[in-house]
Ligand binder design. Structure first.
Ligand SMILES: NC(=O)C1=CN([C@@H]2O[C@H](COP(=O)(O)OP(=O)(O)OC[C@H]3O[C@@H](n4cnc5c(N)ncnc54)[C@H](O)[C@@H]3O)[C@@H](O)[C@H]2O)C=CC1
Ligand SMILES: CCCCCC(=O)/C=C/C=C\C/C=C\C/C=C\CCCC(=O)O
Length: 251
């Protein structure tokens, strides 16, 4: 399932993207890691390269820049000859620069999804594959201290579900899945920047209520989403209590 498969992971210099890339490499996949943060990307690349040799390549990329993202996909296909998995993981929390928050989280995911479909659809020369989009519990619940972030993550769910129901995508072997974790122990949830939240105290209270998961808690759900080839269109919440498929809301 993993061996010999080829993946693109955005925002993979650190945090969940780095963990996902490590999981794929450990299981024998080939991965193009990419991130806007060049210095952190270089460190992660060196770490992976020493363990996984030619199974890892790296390409600096800001997901708000279509040309940079196209280059990631081009380089991956040129190097490994195929593409099987896209993890649209790059994300930020920034309520002051809410335009950037939407552009990275939602538009970046849309860009990555469109490229993924272009490279993986059978009618476009691909072999099918999976597009795994990172949403959040904030894509399911309203969140009063991060309205723009919540909007971006609600958008990711709507966008992913919509394509997963399109016959041209389904019939050409591409499936799409959304992961929606609660708080995970990465830099994202650090209270290190006033621009992140509209009320750090509100954020702190909710984090205390939900608790913080280790990145290890997310790995089995990530692995299962890849292994379960019947899984298309699922939106999966992940909390300390476990993982659940969120039913499609009906009017
Ligand atoms: N940590 C958490 O509690 C949760 C995180 N998520 C989502 O998981 C994903 C990964 O987040 P974490 O690993 O927690 O955060 P993180 O802050 O540790 O890592 C995010 C990575 O994305 C990169 N990035 C930021 N802007 C970028 C851009 N324009 N282009 C390319 N790369 C960019 C950063 O440089 C960083 O390496 C995000 O989409 C986030 O919204 C979802 C739910 C909970
Ligand atoms: C503080 C950083 C936010 C970014 C990281 C992230 O995506 C984490 C989100 C986790 C949970 C946020 C979602 C919902 C919480 C808000 C209210 C839910 C209340 C539900 C209840 O109590 O029944």
């Amino acid at each position: 399932m993993f061996s010999g498969r080829v993946a693109v992971v955005t925002g993979s210099a650190q945090g969940l993207g780095k963990v996902f890339s490590g999981v794929l490499l450990e299981r024998g996949s080939k991965v193009c890691i990419s991130d806007v943060n060049q210095s952190e990307l270089e460190k992660t690349y060196k770490e992976f390269k020493s363990k996984y040799a030619e199974n890892v390549i790296s390409q600096q990329c800001d997901v708000t820049d279509s040309e940079q993202l196209k280059e990631v996909f081009r380089k991956t296909k040129d190097t490994y000859g195929q593409l099987d998995l896209v993890v649209n993981n790059a994300g930020i929390v920034n309520e002051k620069n809410w335009q950037q928050c939407i552009d990275v989280n939602l538009n970046g995911t849309i860009r990555g999804t469109m490229l993924g479909m272009e490279y993986m659809r059978k009618d476009k020369g691909g072999k099918g594959g999976l597009i795994l989009n990172m949403s959040s519990l904030a894509g399911i619940f309203p969140v009063n201290y991060t309205p723009a972030y919540a909007a971006s993550k609600h958008g990711v769910i709507g966008y992913t579900r919509s394509w997963s129901m399109h016959p041209d995508v389904v019939n050409n072997g591409v499936r799409l899945v959304c992961l929606c974790p609660a708080f995970v122990d990465t830099d994202m949830i650090k209270m290190d920047d006033d621009s992140k939240f509209v009320g750090t105290d509100l954020a702190q209270q909710v984090i205390e209520k939900f608790g913080i998961m280790s990145t290890d808690h997310i790995i089995p759900v990530f692995v299962n989403a890849i292994e379960d080839e019947e899984n298309n269109g699922s939106v999966i919440s992940i909390t300390l209590k476990g993982a659940n498929k969120i039913p499609l809301p009906m009017p």
